[in-house]
Write a protein that binds this ligand. Structure first.
Ligand SMILES: [Cu+2]
Length: 128
């Protein structure tokens, strides 16, 4: 290989590594700004929401990521904050973002009839 071929290889490697580091740095910055909570959605007989309780801070923007790991649809509603995801299809992930502006314990629930025990599919958001 001659000098310019080596130079080309070095430049391609540097560009690739730089891109990866750039993406990681951007992702870190993005996540630092928005507090993200992951919620796993399952019908009560299969484990229910996990976790059942989420604690967040008043005034801090939060993103709830709902991962439906089942074979039926679920929904998510947090009425106190007018937050809802109409449907999370089986195997899908949906997100919703909001800023809790008051302290307290607030229920969230599944809004899609997913099983006979669907009414038990609830959780609690604690805002401190
Ligand atoms: Cu459900």
């Amino acid at each position: 290989m001659n000098k310019s071929e080596w130079l080309a290889i070095v430049l391609v490697v540097l560009a690739s590594v730089g891109t990866v580091f750039g993406i990681l740095a951007f992702e870190k910055h993005r996540r630092a700004k928005l507090y993200t909570v992951e919620l796993v959605a399952r019908a009560p007989e299969n484990g229910n929401w996990y976790p059942r309780t989420i604690t967040v801070l008043q005034g801090q923007p939060v993103r709830i990521l709902v991962r439906n790991i089942e074979t039926v649809s679920h929904g998510f509603a947090l009425p106190e904050f007018n937050v809802a995801i109409r449907e999370i299809k089986a195997g899908h992930v949906e997100t919703v973002s909001f800023t809790p502006d008051k302290r307290g314990h607030f229920p969230w629930l599944c809004t899609v009839w997913c099983s006979d025990r669907h009414p038990e599919m609830t959780g609690t958001l604690i805002v401190q």
